[in-house]
Structures are given as C-alpha cells and as structure tokens.
Design a protein around this ligand. Structure first.
Ligand SMILES: Cc1cc2nc3c(=O)[nH]c(=O)nc-3n(C[C@H](O)[C@H](O)[C@H](O)COP(=O)(O)OP(=O)(O)OC[C@H]3O[C@@H](n4cnc5c(N)ncnc54)[C@H](O)[C@@H]3O)c2cc1C
Length: 611
C-alpha cells in the first residue's frame, strides 16, 4: 500500500506492549541503560492498555517480607501446588524474591494502598493479595514508563519480529502499523522484550452475539505475545495449560474478594455444599493432589463442572449473609466498580441485588496466559544463581532466540505472578537485556530492505484483498474471494470449542478430536491468506486473528502431546482420563520451524528447586 508512510526507528531496546510487563521493562531498562535508546511500541495507549486497563482492586502477588508474612519459597510451593506440580520454580522464585520492591515502588508513585488500621501493614485480602483502590493503577504505572522511555509509540500493532541477517537465530527488531494513520513502522533493535499480554477469544466465549466483547480476560489480549515468538522459531512451553475461571455469570466478575475478604461461599441449587461429594471421584483421577491445601483451583472447577453435569445447578455464591453487614456490602460493590464495572451493570439489568439474591456462578471458556493462575508461554532462561543448566543460557528471561526477552503473560512456567509479578518480570528481563546489549556492543544487526518489504506487503494484504474483492460481494457482505476478520474469528472459536476442549463439550477432548481440529486449523490458516479488511480497524482485527490462530495451533499440539489429564477442571483428555505422574511429571516444549512450519514437541525436565 503505497499510500502509507514508512517510519524507521533505530534503538537499543524495543519493548513490544506497554502493559504491566512492558512498563516494568521500560522503567528498569532506563536504570541499567542510562545511555541506551529505549523505545516502546504499544497497540493501544499505554495510559489505559492491557489487562489492567480498567483498574484492579487487589495486587495479587506480594510476599510481605518486611513483616515476615511470606517467603519466596512459600510462594513457589503455593504456585506449584495450584498448578498440580508444574511450574518453572527458578523463574517463580526469582520473581517472588523481587516482587515486594515493585509493590513498594507503586506505593511511592501514589497508588492508593489499603492499610490495616491496627497494624499499619498493607491490608490483606488473602495470604498473597493486598487490597488497593486501583481504578488508576495503570495510568500510575504507565507514568513511570513514560518518564523512562526515549519514545513511546502508541497505536502501533506489532505484527512480526525482525531477524538479523548476519547471524542465525538473532533478533533484530520488529515491524507493525499504526492503527490510526496506517503508517508502516520498522523498529531496528539490538534487543526486544515482548510484553504483549495473554489470549482471549481463541475459544468460543459464553457471551456471544450482543455480549461478544464481554469476556473474562481482556478482549484485546490477542495472543501476540505467543504468535510473535512462535513466528521466529522460539520454543514455547505448557501451551496446553489453558485456564478456566469460576466467575459470576454473564459479567465474569471476579470472586477473589468475595471468597477471601467477604467470606462468602458456594452451594448448589438445593443449598448443598457440593464440593465434598466429588472428593472420592476426583481422588480416583488425580490421587493425593486432592488432599493438598489449598485445593488446586482446577480441582475446585472440576467439582463445579461435575455438579452442573449431574443436574444440580445452578451454583450460587451465597452473598445474602455477608451483605447484611453494610461495610461488606460496600466492599462487594466497590470491588466491581474498581475493576469490572460490567458485572455491576449486569446485576442491575437482571434484578440481582446480592443482599437479597444469591447470584449465579459459571465456569468460563478457556483462556491462554502466563501470568495469572496458569503458565503458558515462551521457554526462557532463568537466573544464573538459581537455575539448573537446562534452564539457563546466559541471560535471565531470554527466550531461545538470541536477544529476544519476555515478561508477564509472554513467558511460560511462571504462574501466579499477576500484575505486580509481571511488572517485576519486566524489570528482570530489562536488566538482562541491557547486559545483552552491552556484551554485544560491537556487533551491528543487519536487516535488508527485502525482509522489511516482504513483511510490509504481507501486513497490508487484507486491505488489498478487500479492495479487489469487494466488487464481487453479494447480499451486503458476502464475498466469494475474501473472509472478514469476524468470520475468521468465529470459525476459530468454534473449532477450538468443539475440538480442543471448550465449553460446548464440558472441556472434553481426545486424540481423534484434536487431530480433526488440527486439520481444520490448517485449512483456516490457508483461508486467512484471504482475509479482507475494509479499513485500518479491520486490518488490526485481521492481524489479531492471525496471532490468535497461530497460538491456537500451539495449544492444540501441546494438548495432543500431553497424554494425560493433568488439570481436570481446565480440560480433559477423554482417552487419558487420569493424571499420570510416572510419564508426565514433566514440562512440555514446542518449536515451530519458521521455514518449514513443522512443529517439534518434547518433554523438558521439571526440577523441584524448593523443598
Ligand atoms: C479480569 C482480570 C482480573 C485480574 N485481576 C488481577 C488482580 O486482581 N490482581 C492482580 O495483581 N492481577 C490481576 N490480573 C492479572 C494482571 O492483569 C496480569 O497478570 C498482567 O496485566 C499481565 O501483564 P502483561 O504485561 O503480560 O500483559 P498486559 O498488562 O495485558 O499488557 C499487554 C500489553 O501489550 C499490548 N499489546 C498486545 N498486543 C500487541 C501488539 N501486537 N503490538 C503492540 N502492543 C500489543 C496491549 O495493548 C497491552 O498494553 C487480572 C487480569 C484480568 C484480565
């Protein structure tokens, strides 16, 4: 598309995505790289972007080491237990030992923290969570990044990473386009830190039609954090470890503050505590894991799903007792107003006053992420002082592509980092990236015009497909020669739902279903070459879909590879219905060859570093 300008930026460190991880990376990069040129490319506007855009009511990861509340080792045990044994303990420990200093910075920068009136400590919601008045959490964090970066490019959707042509497997920057002006952006960078968030809308959501944008994870989390590294051959890990959330029905409102702070509880339609009925059944599937405390999240989901299947739903959250206390009632509402306004609106529209009516809960469609309670993402090096040799290759948080780093949802193996842990991971990645740039200061990166030109053509192709094909449309929008992004998205969501363990099948899949799903994904990839975009907004949708489709393929391949049901309640392999520690007490990794498109899957050792 000749009508769009080309803008070239040369920098030392490029941060892709200005969310929690990206802001942490930008802030810390300035500390270690005072003389380096640090640039951020953000799809939205950094002030209100990413999963924290709407605000949060709690910081979910804070050790409280200054008051001897928890240790980093405790946090590793907690995350490992919740993930049925499977985390990268080196990465988890490294994040946990640094996360308190991040939270103290947020406090210094003006984030309103709630305090216990008696002790003066941060007010705990649960063992790991502290409560905040967090409506402005993201703008406060973004300010630190804005003060640190040489330049922040807002409204740039990064579509591809660039590779150095003078050395194999070495990153050289990224390209993308401005979603408002259409300009083509080339970023040549010596190191790249990907912090582009998790993935919603790869499985069909419960809310469709009028409610389509109402998802649990942010609808703009479009899997770029996975697709960008996969495209250049970075190894991924635990991509089968999708998450299903138990949330308030229709608005996906969070339940953490309700369970932990308000002490509400669940019951089935007949007022029974159903979880204990499923104890023996679950024990037959997962053995002693059901006896762990706290009970792993997936196993609590499992009891919920089984109870619904047994016909004793809906499951309710009992709020009517707690809400008689005016303080708890206002905390219950504020919790939504600070982070999920939509839930309050849904209740108002459905005549639900939780003081008098116990609201329904539901289990969500699956999401893919690496910072919340699951750990999908890129396979990255750990820190030198903690990681065993298989987990360490020179630079903390560097992926298997030289010079390519990650933070937050982008990285695999690091569950339960949440907002504060993601920012911390960004800081750790940036420190290592600065070191990487210094160690390689005498090398120049080479990016030919041929490389950027072929990517430019690919990026704008959906606009061209539309311009050429629109003359053939019939019935308003039906075209024989192109596919609209919304149609492609619905096709992706349907096939992931039906074949890879979504809501329609009660999260059930098996080898034959996955094989068929993979075939359908293959034909979808072929058809996505014919995406048509009528404007820049649709061009963004087109590239988000491409990223989602590639990440989905990784999910399907990993799910096929792990022949067990490790996380009942997140998904089930009907052909391997039990947890199998003899064969699968391992992490999974995959690599897609960028030239051939062939995937290789392997088991990676799972080291328990903490007792
Ligand atoms: C509903 C919900 C509730 C949560 N509750 C809590 C809580 O109570 N407490 C807590 O501590 N944590 C909570 N979290 C988790 C927390 O929000 C995440 O762990 C954290 O935001 C992850 O950081 P990240 O940098 O990986 O991703 P994000 O913060 O989502 O940032 C990703 C950034 O990348 C940008 N981006 C995406 N694609 C591209 C692209 N192609 N090019 C350029 N930029 C791109 C996005 O616009 C965004 O700015 C919650 C998350 C959600 C969704």
């Amino acid at each position: 598309m000749a009508r769009y300008r080309t803008v070239v930026e040369d920098c030392d460190i490029l941060v892709v995505g200005g969310g929690m991880g990206g802001c942490g990376a930008t802030y810390e990069a300035r500390h270690w790289g005072r003389d380096l040129r640090i640039v951020v490319a953000e799809k939205a506007n950094i002030d209100r972007s990413g999963a924290v855009a709407q605000g949060l009511y709690a910081i979910n990861c804070y050790m409280g080491m200054q008051w001897n509340e928890n240790t980093p080792e405790d946090h590793v045990r907690y995350a490992r237990n919740d993930l049925m044994g499977m985390v990268r303990e080196d990465l988890a420990f490294d994040m946990a030992r640094h996360v308190d200093s991040t939270v103290h910075k947020f406090d210094e920068w003006g984030l309103p923290m709630m305090r216990d009136p008696e002790t003066g400590r941060y007010l705990r919601e649960g063992k790991w969570q502290i409560m905040i008045h967090g409506e402005s959490y993201k703008p406060i964090v973004a300010e630190a990044a804005k003060n640190s970066a040489d330049k922040i490019y807002n409204r740039i959707m990064v579509t591809h990473l660039l590779m150095d042509e003078s050395r194999p497997n070495r990153i050289a920057g990224a390209v993308g386009f401005n979603v408002r002006t259409g300009d083509f952006h080339i970023f040549r960078a010596k190191a790249v830190i990907v912090g582009a968030g998790g993935a919603s809308h790869i499985f069909k959501p419960r809310s469709v039609g009028e409610g389509m944008g109402r998802t649990w994870y942010a609808p703009w989390s479009s899997a770029s954090a996975y697709a960008l590294p996969i495209q250049v051959g970075a190894k991924m890990t635990q991509m089968e470890n999708r998450i299903v959330l138990c949330r308030f029905k229709d608005g996906y409102g969070p339940v953490g503050a309700y369970f932990l702070h308000l002490k509400t509880y669940t019951q089935n339609a007949y007022g029974d505590n159903y979880e204990k009925h499923w104890y023996e059944h679950t024990k037959r599937m997962v053995g002693e894991y059901i006896d762990h405390h706290p009970v792993p999240t997936c196993l609590r989901n499992h009891a919920f799903i089984e109870e619904m299947k047994a016909g004793r739903g809906p499951i309710h959250m009992v709020t009517t007792e707690a809400f008689q206390d005016p303080h708890k009632e206002s905390v219950g509402w504020e919790n939504f107003l600070g982070m999920t306004v939509g839930q309050a609106v849904v209740w108002a529209s459905q005549d639900i006053d939780p003081k008098y009516i116990n609201p329904e809960l539901t289990t969500s469609e699956p999401y893919v992420m690496g910072s919340h309670a699951t750990c999908s993402g890129a396979w990255a090096s750990g820190p030198e002082d903690v990681s065993p040799s298989e987990y360490f290759w020179g630079y903390n948080r560097m992926m298997t592509v030289d010079g390519l780093f990650g933070a937050g949802d982008a990285l695999g193996g690091t569950a339960h980092a949440f907002s504060s842990g993601s920012f911390t991971e960004g800081r750790l990645a940036a420190k290592a990236a600065c070191q990487y740039v210094r160690d390689h200061r005498n090398e120049t990166i080479q990016v030919s015009e041929q490389q950027t030109e072929s990517l430019r053509k690919a990026i704008y192709k959906p606009l061209e497909n539309y311009a050429v094909g629109r003359n053939e449309i019939v019935g308003g929008t039906v075209s024989p020669s192109y596919l609209l992004p919304i149609h492609g998205l619905q096709r992706l969501e349907k096939l992931m739902d039906e074949y890879a363990g979504g809501i329609s099948n009660n999260y059930m899949t098996n080898g034959p279903l996955l094989t068929r799903g993979l075939h359908l994904l293959g034909t979808l990839h072929e058809d996505l070459e014919y995406l048509g975009a009528e404007d820049l907004h649709q061009l963004q949708r087109a590239w988000e879909l491409r990223h989602r489709a590639l990440a989905s393929e990784a999910v399907v391949r990993h799910t096929m590879f792990r022949e067990e049901t490790r996380w009942p309640g997140y998904y089930y392999r009907g052909d391997f219905m039990k947890l199998d520690d003899d064969n699968w007490h391992v992490l999974t990794t995959s690599r897609r060859d960028p030239e051939s498109g062939e995937w290789t899957l392997e088991k990676a050792p799972l080291y328990h570093i903490v007792d």
